[in-house]
Design a protein around this ligand. Structure first.
Ligand code: PMP
Length: 356
C-alpha cells in the first residue's frame, strides 16, 4: 500500500494496541467480571425476546428501545439520547459533528487516548492541561485554558481514566459557564463513583454532552453499547453523521433487558467498589508502591523499581494488567482493573514479594 493513499492526518498513527491475551485473569481493560446472564431473570427474558427477534430486518435507526430504557434509568426523555457501538463510537460521532480541520479541543493529561486520536484524525489538535502532582486535575489551569482558547470542544473525563480522579460537579458547572462552545463530559465510570454526575444538567446547559457506556458498571463490554446524553437539538445534530443502522439488532434487544435489571447488577458494582478500597489499602502498605485514590473500577499504581519483573511475575500467575512502558506521563505505571478478592490477593502477593 502506498502511504500517499492515506489521509494525511493519520499517516503517522500507530495502530491501536490491544495486548494479546493468554492469561486467565484479564484485568487490563477495566471490564467487569460479572456475566449478566447469571442475574436471575436476564437469560429467561432474553430467550423470550428471541421468540419475536427478526435478524433479517434492519435494526431501529435510533435504537428506540434502548433510548426508552435509558430515559427510565437516567430520568430524561428518550430524545435526549443517541446510542451506538460503545463510547468509542460516540466519541467519533461527537468530534465529527463539531470539529473542522485546524480546530482545537482542550483535554487534561493524562487521559483516555481516544479524544486526541479522534481530533487528530479530523485534522484538529489537542491543547493539554497537565495534571497536578499526584494526578489530580489542575482545575485552575483548565478554567484558564477554557477562557483563553475557547476550544471547539472541552473534554473532561470524570472520573478520569487512567488516574481514577473525580472532579466535583461544581467545577464542571464552572467550566460550562466559562465555555462558549461544547463541553463534553465522559462519565464512562460514573456509576462506580455514584456522585458528582452532571447528566441531569443537560436541560440547563445547551452546550453540555455527557457520555456513558454499558461496558463498565453494566458489564456489557462485549455487546458494544454506549450513549450520549444532551439537549435534543445537540442529539439531532450528532444524528446527522450517524450511520443509519449503526447499532445491531441483538444489542438493541439485549441492552434494555440488562438496563431493567440494574438493581441486581449494581449490587456487583457495589462489591467492586468495596474490593477497590480494600485493594487500594493493601497496595498502599507496600513499600516502593504509589497507588492513587480512585472512584472507578481500576487503580493506577506506580513502582519505584522492577516494573517489568512484576508484570512478568503477574503473567506467570495468569494475571494480565495494563503496563505503561516508557511512558512520560505515567512512568513505571500499571493500571489494574479491580476484580474478585481471590485474584486481587494473588496480585498483592506478587507486588509484595517482588518489592520486599
Ligand atoms: N471513555 C473512557 C474514559 C473509557 O475508559 C472507555 C473504555 N476504555 C470508553 C470511553 C469507551 O468504552 P466503550 O467503547 O467500551 O463504551
Amino acid at each position: 500500500m502506498k502511504t500517499e493513499w492515506l489521509r494525511k492526518t493519520i499517516a503517522d498513527f500507530d495502530p491501536y494496541f490491544v495486548a494479546p491475551i493468554a492469561e486467565k485473569h484479564v484485568i487490563n481493560a477495566n471490564e467487569n467480571y460479572l456475566n449478566v446472564l447469571t442475574i436471575p431473570g436476564v437469560k429467561e427474558e432474553l430467550i423470550q425476546a428471541l421468540d419475536t427477534f427478526r435478524p433479517q430486518i434492519y435494526p431501529k435507526p435510533m435504537s428506540d428501545d434502548i433510548r426508552k430504557a435509558l430515559a427510565d434509568y437516567i430520568g430524561a426523555k428518550p430524545e435526549n439520547f443517541i446510542v451506538g457501538n460503545g463510547g468509542d463510537e460516540m466519541i467519533t460521532y461527537l468530534l465529527g459533528t463539531f470539529l473542522d480541520p485546524g480546530d482545537q479541543i482542550l483535554i487534561h493529561s493524562p487521559t483516555f487516548d481516544m479524544y486526541e486520536l479522534g481530533a487528530e484524525t479530523l485534522g484538529a489538535s489537542a491543547i493539554k492541561v497537565k495534571d497536578l502532582p499526584g494526578y489530580r486535575r489542575d482545575q485552575k489551569g483548565l478554567l484558564e485554558a477554557v477562557r483563553r482558547y475557547q476550544p471547539k470542544v472541552t473534554v473532561i473525563c470524570n472520573p478520569n481514566n487512567p488516574t481514577g480522579d473525580l472532579l466535583p460537579r461544581a467545577f464542571i458547572e464552572e467550566v460550562l459557564k466559562a465555555a462558549d462552545n461544547i463541553v463534553f463530559v465522559d462519565e464512562a465510570y460514573m456509576e462506580f463513583a455514584q456522585k458528582e454526575s452532571v447528566i441531569d444538567l443537560i436541560d440547563t446547559y445547551p452546550n453540555l454532552i455527557v457520555l456513558r457506556t454499558l461496558s463498565k458498571a453494566f458489564a456489557l463490554a462485549g455487546m458494544r453499547c454506549g450513549y450520549l446524553a444532551a439537549d435534543e437539538a445537540l442529539i439531532e445534530a450528532i444524528a446527522k453523521i450517524k450511520a443509519p443502522y449503526n447499532l445491531n439488532a441483538f444489542t438493541q434487544l439485549f441492552a434494555p433487558i440488562v438496563i431493567r435489571h440494574r438493581e441486581d447488577i449494581f449490587k456487583v458494582r457495589d462489591a467492586i467498589c468495596v474490593e477497590r478500597d480494600r485493594l487500594y489499602a493493601a497496595m498502599k502498605e507496600i513499600p516502593s508502591v504509589t497507588v492513587y485514590p480512585s472512584c472507578t473500577n481500576f487503580l493506577l499504581v506506580q513502582v519505584d523499581k522492577k516494573q517489568e519483573e512484576i508484570f512478568e511475575a503477574l503473567r506467570r500467575k495468569d494475571i494480565l494488567v495494563k503496563i505503561y512502558r516508557n511512558s512520560q506521563d505515567i512512568p513505571n505505571g500499571f493500571r489494574i482493573s479491580v476484580t474478585t478478592k481471590d485474584v486481587d490477593d494473588v496480585l498483592i502477593s506478587v507486588f509484595r514479594e517482588a518489592l520486599a
